[in-house]
Unconditional design. Sequence first.
Length: 299
Amino acid sequence: MIRNFEELRKAAIECEQKIIAVAAAADIEVLEAVKESLELGIADFILVGNENEIKEIANEIELDLNKVVLKNEENDALASEIAVKEVSSGNAHLLMKGLVSTSVILRAVLNKEYGLRTGKLLSHLAILEAKKYNRLILMTDGGMNINPDLEQKVKLIDNAVEVANKVLNIDLPKVAPLCAVEKVNPSMQATLDAATLTVMNQRGQIKGCIIDGPLNLNGAVSQKAADMMGLDNPVAGDADIYLVPYIEVGNVMYKTMVYFGDARCAGIVAGAKVPIVLTSRADSHDAKVNSIASAVLMA
């Protein structure tokens, strides 16, 4: 198991070198992440975006552009198309979102002519390292799927299990379907879904993981809290994957941990032909380097 981002970065460095196409790369946090990733030997890059702005920022942060491929395109939508085409043509192995809205880059990803769609559900996964916790956790989906139904939650779990296997080196991850309470309440759809997911897992309909829910957050993260609530199952107090019921929960959980708890983070999208590095435009270059390393491991 990979327990922190230092271990994760080290594992990525030891992987075969990958080339990442960055859409709308003219952003200081993005280019600082590119610089650090190059220095660490995590990946190589194709930068697509406003060439003049990229050169100006590169000069400011002392990024050697001779070490990357630079493609000029000032329009964000067209830059996203070019970056996706670099991946679909085989010139790059991975895709990264720069200073462009998520909807714009995903439109290019899902383009039937040159995109990276597979028929699977695309989902966002946050990897989080909290200071008071002893390992990395996965949380989904706080960035893409707004209000997933039961079928979509199964697909979110499938994607998360793949990331847990490939990125965190967890063979049989424990999944906590998060709810406000730890008991089934017919008035709360999230608890009904959580119970159904648990039964589906027990009957072999969802494989490669252990699911038990509904679980509230404290019951999923704290063994002491789980014991106090009388929760006797293998996931309680020891969850690897946190499945949130809808996007607001995941969004607030992610930002609360980062801004109030000073957690380190990474963000990737699973379900496409290749992993996609997708972080918030406000995320630090540390988060972007972590995300690059995570995507390299997944690839």
